[in-house]
Design a binder for this molecule. Sequence first.
Ligand SMILES: Cc1cc2nc3c(=O)[nH]c(=O)nc-3n(C[C@H](O)[C@H](O)[C@H](O)COP(=O)(O)OP(=O)(O)OC[C@H]3O[C@@H](n4cnc5c(N)ncnc54)[C@H](O)[C@@H]3O)c2cc1C
Length: 307
Amino acid sequence: MSYAFKDFHWANDIRVNEYLLPKTTAEALEMLAEYKGQAQVVSGGTDVIPKLRKRELEVEALVDISRLPGMSDIKQKGDKIILGGLVTHARTVASLLIREKAGVLAEGAARVGSPQIRNMGTVAGNLASGHPAADTSMPLLALNASVTIASTEGERVVDLPQFFQGGNQTAADSRREIITQISFSALGKNQGCCYLRLSKRRALTIAILVLATVVDVDPDEKTIRDAAIAIGPVAPMPFRARDAEEILKGAPVSKEIVERAGDAAYKESTPESSVVWGSDEYKKEMVKVFVRRGLYKALKRAGCPVA
Ligand SMILES: Cc1cc2nc3c(=O)[nH]c(=O)nc-3n(C[C@H](O)[C@H](O)[C@H](O)COP(=O)(O)OP(=O)(O)OC[C@H]3O[C@@H](n4cnc5c(N)ncnc54)[C@H](O)[C@@H]3O)c2cc1C
């Protein structure tokens, strides 16, 4: 189905010739292919429409995937949680499964924009925007998530560290491809997580710093089996603080080890100074503070608090 874009009352100031409403993923991919890079996927539209208005994006057509079947569910298959490519932030926050088994993602999605933005905006769209401060990117990176990307040539699965490519670029080309699902392992017993956000106001502002931590502990030995620390936007793209993680792996749960991890993450971050958002040194200091705070909270939630 195709509509003249001008029929939409909110489209007066947007230059797009065609608004396409495919009924299946295959049809959507065909439409994108026909436009040979001149059409773009739109889902909730919370990034795409403002960009078109500001002329930061120029396309001939939009392919609205919001009515594609089977992509709005959150499911568990074995130990994997699967989020369809159309799952909104609001649905993620409301999901008991996500709150219980991937709480860090529910916490991140809850901080996106406002209720209206969370009702329209999708988690896949948040990832595809490639923004280094996107609120669900860090939780998903810490959960070792991967995305399934469909094109007319088939499907491929990309792990998040390879998905983010810097400069708002990702491995998914939204002019040719569609993220159909996001998957990650459910958190279990002895695992804890934490999401922290630094921003100038509580809502409707871009984050200065977003941190997501996941820890896996041995409560009898009081040691950390594994740890994931994802941070943004203090580098060109969301990243895992691997040096800090290495310090934690196999180490005893202690104040000293948490402090050392904070110091390592400080060294790993490479923020830029901004008159509006703060100096690079301020942001690096906040990385140190947040990593420590995030680890204390995640360890407590895993049932192994620092004494
Ligand atoms: C007022 C306001 C406040 C906001 N606040 C926040 C905030 O606090 N935190 C935050 O992280 N973000 C925020 N955002 C950004 C935005 O809401 C999110 O990035 C949202 O999750 C994008 O999802 P969407 O479905 O609306 O994507 P769209 O706008 O439809 O698309 C975004 C990009 O992803 C592509 N895309 C979308 N879905 C897919 C898919 N399935 N496969 C391939 N490509 C796809 C599109 O082509 C486009 O490039 C805000 C936006 C607004 C307007």
